[in-house]
Design a protein around this ligand. Sequence first.
Ligand SMILES: Nc1ncnc2c1ncn2[C@@H]1O[C@H](COP(=O)(O)OP(=O)(O)OP(=O)(O)O)[C@@H](O)[C@H]1O
Length: 267
Amino acid sequence: MTQPVIELREATKRFRGSTGIMTAVQNLTMTIRPGEFVAVVGPTGCGKSTTLSLVSGLEPASSGEVLVGGKPVQGIPAGIGYMFQQDAIMPWKNVLDNVAAGPRFRGVRKADARAVATTWVERVGLAGFESYYPHQLSGGMRKRVALAQTLVNEPKIILMDEPFSALDVQTRSLMQDELLRLWAGTGAAVIFVTHDLEEAIALADRVVVLTAVPATIKADFVIDLPRPRDVEEIRLTTAFLDIYREIWDCLREEVARARRGATLNAA
Ligand SMILES: Nc1ncnc2c1ncn2[C@@H]1O[C@H](COP(=O)(O)OP(=O)(O)OP(=O)(O)O)[C@@H](O)[C@H]1O
């Protein structure tokens, strides 16, 4: 069996806040193999982003272990691509130079960086827009740039934190399809954090449900839907609806617990 590319072993993260120490993630154990697409869902504020921060090295674990490529995470590991709700596009660079920025940063010669960036601009469907600046692009086009910026670096791991949640419903579906199409050829492992259970099921090989804060794993569902997938089509299938019901039953309890917690805190 292939070795995991990401492993969290009893990982715990505590933060010092104004009211004392709070535990955001507790004894979280999770394994992700190369090429696997894992969606993480859970109630608002449960610790999803913190879990990503542990893998990306942005936050060290307070206890337990986090391994990337079999090595303990110390600092930010190489070979990780990111995509967040807010894109990291540079407003002063055009589309091509935004996409070429990653390879340039890694020391690739300008002409070579632009050549590989051109390929990725085409792959994400933006051929002809190379010289446009971010303010001249729609929200969906900006997401395409962000996707190209991430994939041009050929990451082994892609961490995505609600990357499409700010988009309108139609653009969102388009981007989900684009993501699946482009990811299919990369062999990268993906952790995709989302509030949207439909999105999680449509995209992923596994959906991991986290508990209300502190986050730990409540359940790990295998999504046995065939690939390639068309996200609009697959949502309408009986198999999809059956899986949705099963996972929602599990997630609903945690959402209710999180709400009760929020009400108690507010009282
Ligand atoms: N740097 C920090 N310092 C203090 N507390 C933090 C820090 N980062 C996160 N937290 C707390 O940890 C808990 C989990 O936050 P996190 O952002 O991981 O949740 P989330 O599930 O991603 O949230 P959302 O669903 O709103 O996106 C929250 O109570 C949050 O306030």
